[in-house]
Ligand binder design. Structure first.
Ligand SMILES: Cc1cc2nc3c(=O)[nH]c(=O)nc-3n(C[C@H](O)[C@H](O)[C@H](O)COP(=O)(O)OP(=O)(O)OC[C@H]3O[C@@H](n4cnc5c(N)ncnc54)[C@H](O)[C@@H]3O)c2cc1C
Length: 470
């Protein structure tokens, strides 16, 4: 492994050869760079916008800051439930944005310092993959050659045909920076991003309608989660229109009109288009250089190798869950693989998923439907959070569903309720370590925690329920 880069000059461009060139400095790209540098590889990291990518600047972190502000708003509004005299006077979006931007700025600074301290060559500019070992960067006109190349250019917010983003038609990119709270919003798309924004705006006082073409909200989750969430949203006054197609929208100075296949028209101030994320691969030269692709996504094997020798891909451009921690894990995996450490491939089924709306949805492993396909005979149990002390203290409703292969290990954990995202750490150990209900039932959980609910659910699945009714 070389630790230094050699540089030579050609007549037109200068050429640097390094162990690893990474195109894109988002969650996956920078994690790969940090781990590779730690393992002694020389690394060039090319980023055209901001180090940290979608997650830090337009995704996970700013949305979770908005959700935190919305939790504070709900706490102020609902103080009476706890005997606390509080009222919600209103939302100061200037203040909310200042808090959110402060969190992002602090993490951005920390990340920049980390990358600089690891001896990574950070190149600002738009890169183009021009050959299996080369990336050209527009700003400095340099060609960076690497013994290995990792493609990590991430994703963008998609829209629908004939629905051009602009004005009152927005995506999450604009929604994150609104300087006012809309009175009425239509959210097109009931997936993770759609329901998170629906939740924020409702807590901030808006009337919210979520339109989803599939029959249920969070359609990638077990349908138990969808039912729980839809019920909770109804209680919160969020309208969900599922199984209904959007047919068009118009906008004027005063608002938007959204038309549905049912003939219904919805009036609102804004239309949030949250219909998924497309891979950022069109302008980066991949197809031209011969990378095998499918509908814009880069195809890889389970070791993240593309069809070209020495060229790998990770994160949102590779089909699968579009989550930051998947990208981080893939980045670390690739760095170790390229450094010759032969890590085990990542088990995609074992990646935890959290939707941070109120109430939260958290899961890991197989849904009931998938478990039936894979294991045939299965068993499930639903444990209601009504039996859990901490959940009652929080005044949250919700439940935990476990799925196990018949007489086998737990293969899926699905949870809905306040703060259940924090339980996914235990859930992922259970699923990824192939635990049996008896294994978990034997573990003592601290009281009163919500983790106890996981313990109790496993007690029930092991045939010895304690605080379970009915
Ligand atoms: C609103 C929202 C909320 C989200 N919330 C969560 C969450 O709570 N939890 C979670 O796990 N995930 C969340 N995600 C998803 C998460 O942000 C992504 O899965 C993750 O950022 C993907 O990482 P990546 O490295 O593949 O790509 P990205 O983070 O998109 O990074 C790709 C980088 O490549 C750069 N780039 C692109 N083309 C070029 C080029 N030609 N040259 C140089 N640089 C280039 C881009 O500027 C970008 O910085 C959220 C996403 C959104 C939009």
């Amino acid at each position: 492994m070389t630790e230094t880069s050699e540089t030579s000059e050609t007549s037109e461009t200068s050429v640097s050869t390094t162990d690893l060139v990474i195109l894109g400095g988002g969650s996956g790209g920078y994690a790969c760079a940090l781990r590779a540098a730690q393992l002694g590889l020389s690394v060039v990291l090319v980023e055209k916008d901001k180090l940290g990518g979608t997650c830090l600047h337009r995704g996970c972190i700013p949305t979770k800051a908005l959700l935190q502000a919305s939790e504070v708003a709900d706490a102020a509004r609902n103080g009476h439930q706890f005997g606390v005299k509080s009222t919600l006077e209103g939302i100061d979006m200037g203040g909310v944005n200042k808090y959110k931007d402060g969190v992002v700025a602090k993490m951005f600074k920390g990340l920049q310092g980390l990358v600089a301290s690891r001896g990574i060559s950070y190149v600002e500019g738009s890169g183009k993959f021009v050959a299996p070992n080369a990336v050209d960067v527009d700003v400095d006109g340099q060609r960076y050659t690497g013994r290995s190349i990792v493609l990590a250019t991430g994703s963008y917010a998609k829209s629908l045909p004939d629905l051009e983003i602009g004005g009152r038609f927005i995506t999450s990119d604009q929604a994150l920076n609104l300087d006012y709270v809309p009175d009425r919003v239509v959210v097109l798309g009931g997936g993770v991003i759609g329901v998170e924004f629906a939740s924020v705006w409702r807590s901030f006082g808006a009337e919210v309608t979520v339109v989803e073409a599939l029959p249920r909200l969070v359609p990638a989750e077990d349908d138990f989660c969808s039912k729980q969430l839809e019920r909770a949203f109804r209680r919160r006054g969020i309208t969900s229109k599922t199984g209904v197609r959007f047919t068009g929208a118009t906008q004027s100075d005063s608002g938007v009109t959204v038309s549905l296949e049912s003939g219904e028209q919805l009036e609102a101030d804004l239309l949030l288009v949250a219909v998924g994320r497309g891979p950022n691969t069109a302008d980066a030269g991949y197809a031209e250089a011969g990378v095998a692709m499918d509908r814009g996504f880069v195809l890889t094997d389970n070791r993240l190798r593309t069809n070209l020798a020495g060229v790998y891909a990770l994160g949102d451009i590779v089909p699968g869950l579009q989550l930051a921690h998947r990208g981080f894990a893939q980045g670390i995996f690739l760095a170790e693989d390229i450094a010759g450490r032969t890590p085990a491939p990542i088990d995609e089924d074992g990646i935890p998923r959290v939707t941070y709306c109120e109430p939260q949805v958290a899961s890991v492993g197989l849904t009931e439907a998938l478990a039936k396909d894979r294991h045939g005979d299965i068993e499930t149990i639903i444990y209601d959070l009504a039996g859990n002390g901490r959940s009652q203290i929080l005044q949250t409703k919700g439940a935990i569903k476990l799925v196990r292969a018949k007489n086998g290990p737990v293969v899926g954990v699905h949870m809905v309720g306040d703060r259940v995202g924090e339980l996914v750490g235990e859930a992922q150990l259970i699923v990824n370590w192939d635990a049996y209900p008896d294994d978990v039932a034997a573990l003592v959980h601290a009281h009163p925690t919500q983790n106890e609910a996981l313990g109790e659910a496993h007690l029930a699945l092991a045939g010895k329920p304690l605080h379970a009714h009915g």
